[in-house]
Design a protein around this ligand. Structure first.
Ligand SMILES: [Fe+2]
Length: 238
């Protein structure tokens, strides 16, 4: 559990879509940066390609992102997992062909005052589902599958890998998840893994937008992926 709970809660707010965050020329610049970065992860099973945005690449894009995020959320410190050699990472590009399951991006240092996360869509199709429910632990994948829960180990936390947990099923009551939301957005999840959850906001990806939400929100992709989607996720703390 995070130590600075009161401070973290005092910084919380509603999810926010910033329209025209980038113009089409700038979108192209971010896509070019994506194409130039080395691949970090190519996971054939999850069908996802991840590229860390390592400091030093895309100086112009970095300035755009930092300055414009600051206009929206005020002072912040980037909180992405840095390279082993200490090189700063400015975000994570993810190209996914499969929807990402229910999780929270609470980080790995429970002393931090976690703040907002941003999603910069670099494709026009894609949806992100934000739940009303919040979680104040570290970065966690929420699952009711025994096999996934077995992946938990104390080393994972040190390595910066998400914890696997079914704690969410004990926290928010056992109300059955809304059927129409399930059919519309969440068919990739087991509906029993969503007990007690309620949708707060559905963000439909749109090129040029920036989507900002609190790091304490449970969230996931929707099941509606039209082929593949590419987005840049960045995490902040105070
Ligand atoms: Fe996430």
């Amino acid at each position: 559990m995070h130590e600075n709970l009161n401070k973290i809660k005092s910084l919380e707010g509603s999810p926010k879509v910033i329209k025209k965050f980038l113009n089409s020329n700038e979108v192209e610049k971010f896509l070019k940066l994506y194409s130039e970065l080395p691949v970090t992860v190519n996971n054939l099973k999850q069908k996802v390609v991840k590229k860390r945005w390592i400091s030093g690449f895309g100086k112009e894009q970095e300035q755009i992102l930092r300055e414009r995020i600051k206009l929206e959320i005020g002072d912040f410190v980037m909180d992405n997992i840095n390279e082993k050699d200490g090189t700063e990472c400015l975000g994570l590009f993810q190209e996914s062909f499969n929807p990402i399951g229910l999780h929270v991006d609470g980080g790995f240092n429970l002393k931090d005052i976690i703040y907002k996360q941003t999603l910069l869509p670099l494709s026009n199709h894609g949806e992100t589902i934000i739940f009303k429910n919040r979680y104040y632990g570290p970065s966690t994948n929420f699952t009711n599958k025994e096999n996934d829960l077995k992946e938990n180990s104390p080393e994972n936390f040190k390595k910066g890998k998400n914890v696997r947990s079914s704690d969410h099923l004990k926290m928010y009551g056992d109300k059955v998840f809304n059927k129409s939301d399930y059919e519309q957005y969440l068919k990739h999840e087991d509906i029993n893994n969503l007990n007690g959850l309620e949708v707060e906001f559905v963000y439909k990806w749109n090129l040029g937008d920036l989507f900002i939400f609190d790091r304490t929100h449970l969230h996931c992709s929707s099941c509606n992926i039209n082929g593949k989607k590419i987005g840049l996720a960045t995490f902040t703390k105070k």
